[in-house]
Design a protein around this ligand. Structure first.
Ligand code: PEP
Length: 250
C-alpha cells in the first residue's frame, strides 16, 4: 500500500505575510492521520516556511532547482542551498518551466540528478499538451519525458522520487482530467517502469495534477494508481487545500 502525498505548488503568488498565514492555517487544520503534505512556496519564503513548519509533519519543497552545483549562474538556486534551508522535495520539469522557460527533457533530467545528489526528493512533472493529446500522442510524449530521466539517471533513481502526471491542458484551466483519463496514464507510467524494475514501479508514488479541487479530489484519489495530488491554485486557500488533503487521507 503506497502512502499518499499531497503537494501544494504556490507558484509566484502571495506576500511574505500571506505565506505565513497560509502555513499557519494549514498546520492548524491538519488531522493527526493526514496524508503526507508538502508545501512549495516561492524561493524567497522558504526559510520563513521552514521556521513555521519545523518539527512538524509537513515537508518543505521548492518549485525548481538549478542543474549545476555552484558557480556563475546568476539567479539560480542549487540543490545544496535548498537542502540547507530545509527542503526535502523539489519540483522538476513543471510544465510552466518547460513551456515558458524552454526547459527540455535533458535539462529536466539533469535537475532531477542534481536534486538526488543532495538528498532531495524530486517530484518529476510529466504531461502532454492538448494538441498532443488530440493527435493521439499522449503516451509517446510522457514516455519520452520519463525516458530522458531514466536514460540519464537509471531506473533505480526513480525509486527515490515522486512522479506527477499533469496534463498541461488541465493545469490552471478548471478542466480536470476524468478519473479514468488520470488512471489510464498513471497505469501506463507504472507499467512502463515495471518493464525495467517491477518493485520500483509498484512502490513509486504517482501524483495527479491539474485543476484538483475539494470537489473532485476524492474520486481522483480513489483510482488505484493515483497516489495523491500536485495542487496549484487550490493550495493557496487553506480550507480548500485541507479538504484535498483530507480526501487523500481517506
Ligand atoms: C500545478 O501548477 O502543478 C497545478 C496542478 O495547478 P492547478 O492545480 O492550479 O491546475
Amino acid at each position: 500500500m503506497r502512502a499518499k502525498i499531497v503537494a501544494g505548488n504556490w507558484k509566484m503568488h502571495g506576500t511574505r505575510a500571506e505565506s505565513a498565514t497560509l502555513i499557519d492555517a494549514i498546520i492548524a487544520g491538519l488531522r493527526a492521520d493526514s496524508a503526507q503534505c508538502v508545501l512549495c512556496p516561492p524561493f524567497v519564503y522558504l526559510s520563513d516556511a521552514w521556521r513555521l513548519l519545523r518539527g512538524g509533519s509537513v515537508a518543505l519543497g521548492a518549485q525548481d532547482v538549478c542543474a549545476e552545483t555552484h558557480g556563475a549562474f546568476t539567479g539560480e538556486v542549487s540543490a545544496a542551498m535548498l537542502k540547507d534551508v530545509g527542503c526535502q522535495y523539489v519540483l522538476v520539469g513543471h510544465s510552466e518551466r518547460r513551456a515558458l522557460y524552454g526547459e527540455d527533457s535533458l535539462l529536466v533530467a539533469r535537475k532531477f540528478a542534481a536534486a538526488l545528489s543532495r538528498g532531495l526528493t524530486p517530484i518529476l512533472c510529466v504531461g502532454e499538451q492538448l494538441a498532443e493529446r488530440e493527435a493521439g500522442r499522449t503516451r509517446e510524449v510522457v514516455a519520452s519525458q520519463l525516458d530522458a530521466v531514466t536514460g540519464l539517471c537509471g531506473v533505480p533513481a526513480l525509486g527515490t522520487a515522486v512522479i506527477a502526471y499533469e496534463p498541461v491542458w488541465a493545469i490552471g484551466t478548471g478542466r480536470t482530467a476524468t478519473p479514468g483519463q488520470a488512471q489510464d496514464m498513471h497505469e501506463f507510467i507504472r507499467q512502463r517502469m515495471a518493464g525495467q524494475d517491477a518493485k520500483i514501479a509498484a512502490d513509486v508514488r504517482i501524483l495527479y495534477g491539474g485543476s484538483v479541487k475539494a470537489g473532485n479530489a476524492r474520486e481522483l484519489f480513489a483510482m488505484p494508481d493515483v497516489d495523491g495530488g500536485l495542487i496549484g491554485g487550490a493550495s493557496l486557500k487553506a480550507d480548500e487545500f485541507l479538504s484535498i488533503v483530507a480526501a487523500a487521507s481517506g
